[in-house]
Design a protein around this ligand. Structure first.
Ligand code: PLP
Length: 419
């Protein structure tokens, strides 16, 4: 007889032995009190401060967004009624796609159930439609992009992270074949930014298509929240912009935006679009309200940048090992899976601060870290509380203070396992 259960149990035991077993906090967010949340545990619930949310601007609790969501639920109902292929479009999803195309100044946009699905379906379908395509993929691309590359069945070449010379070399070698360059704008674990304009130069020189993941940038960068490409005035040079509605826009869903023919072809051929139910009207309407708000309002972006600046300055002043980051992502190097988990546990138990440990395979072994994401709602008092708590935890665990992060520990200088 096959002992089926034992295979699953052993896989979990192995993760526990490697200190990679993930435990997720049971949090109940509270509208009006962000970034505070109630943490539920065996002894009841207690209030904690969340410092690792990807609801980067707190839009998940914005009154306009909540109002749009509840109004849509009352007027259009809770569900989408099935796949668009069978049941047609609901009006809220059309409005959302129009809003997103406009956000990125593109001809069209297509919404998927998540950012993950949009990358998987988008990259796989685009590459499959290009005969004999070669995909050139940055070494630190997100797993959803890697899975898209895999699912396409196309030849792939991995270029060293943000290394233009390596990318050019691979483009030259690919010759006249159709080429798709796939990369991110903000890399979410290090907070570094791709040289987008220079990548577009190479794409134009070697006649390649470009596909950029702006998941960690949309809503937060650019005059209208269109991302880093918008901020740098190069969005028109990118063929496909991919984003999420689940981070700075505070809701759920993913999308691609680009030329009509590209978007229509993905709509017509991508199984990850065709065979699954679309977002329900309340979620689509909430996302539209959020995108609309952040197109016009600068205060959330400014508030976030101020909080980020204050947090980096405070942690640096105490010698905490910040990995240099150009963005709103504030990574603090621990460099050991067990210590990283213990630091996170101590922050929670002793200081009521929640920061999820980031371990392998999300980052490379030896670069385990706490990933801090200040929002406009993290004020000076919370920043000071965080600084003190981190110093206490660093001292308790015997971690060094005042030691700069060595270049070799900066993950963007190394090649990721996944590629
Ligand atoms: N792309 C990147 C770079 C991400 O970090 C993530 C997820 O966290 C995704 C895509 C997937 O987005 P979503 O959470 O909307 O599925």
């Amino acid at each position: 007889m096959v002992d089926y259960l034992s295979y699953f149990e052993r896989s979990i035991d192995a993760l526990k032995q490697e200190r990679r077993y993930r435990v997720f906090a049971d949090l109940e967010r509270q509208v009006g009190r962000f970034p505070k949340a109630m943490l539920h545990g065996a002894d009841g619930a207690k209030e904690v401060t969340v410092w690792c949310s990807n609801d980067y601007l707190g839009m998940g609790q914005h009154p306009d967004v909540i109002q749009a969501m509840s109004h849509a639920a009352r007027t259009m109902g809770a569900g989408a009624g099935g796949t668009r292929n069978i049941s047609g479009n609901h009006h809220a999803i059309i409005e959302l796609e129009d809003e997103l195309a406009d956000l990125h100044d593109k001809e069209a946009a297509l919404v998927f159930t998540s950012g993950y699905v949009s990358n998987l379906a988008g990259i796989a379908t685009i590459a499959r439609l290009l005969p004999d395509c070669v995909i050139l993929s940055d070494a630190l691309n997100h797993n959803s992009m890697i899975e898209g590359v895999r699912a396409s069945g196309a030849d792939k070449r991995i270029w060293r992270h943000n290394d233009l010379a390596h990318l050019e070399d691979l483009l030259v070698r690919a010759g006249n074949r159709p080429k798709l360059i796939a990369f991110e704008s903000v890399y979410s674990m290090d907070g570094d930014i791709a040289p987008i304009g220079a990548i577009c130069d190479l794409a134009e020189k070697y006649d390649a298509m470009t596909y950029i993941d702006e998941v960690h940038a949309v809503g937060m960068y650019g005059l209208r929240g269109g991302g880093i490409a918008q901020r740098e005035g190069v969005a028109h040079r990118i063929d496909v912009i991919e984003g999420t509605l689940a981070k700075a826009f505070g809701t759920l869903g993913g999308y691609i935006a680009g030329r009509k023919a590209v978007v229509d072809a993905v709509r017509s051929h991508a199984p990850g679009f065709i065979f699954t139910t679309t977002l329900p009207p309340p979620v689509a309407a909430a996302a539209t309200a959020s995108v609309r708000h952040l197109k016009a309002s600068q205060s959330e972006r400014q508030g976030q940048q101020q909080a980020v600046h204050a947090t980096k300055a405070a942690l640096a002043s105490s010698g905490l090992p910040l990995i240099p980051s150009e963005t709103h992502i504030v990574p603090l190097l621990v460099g050991d899976a067990d210590l990283c988990k213990r630091a996170s546990d101590l922050l929670l138990d002793r200081h009521g601060i929640y920061i999820q440990p980031i371990n392998y395979p999300t980052v490379q072994r030896g670069t385990e870290r706490l990933r801090i994401t200040p929002t406009p709602f993290h004020d000076a008092a919370l920043v000071e509380q965080l600084r003190r708590a981190l110093v206490d935890v660093w001292n308790e665990l015997g971690l060094p203070l005042g030691k700069p992060v060595a270049e070799r520990d900066h993950p963007s200088l190394t090649v990721a396992a996944g590629g």
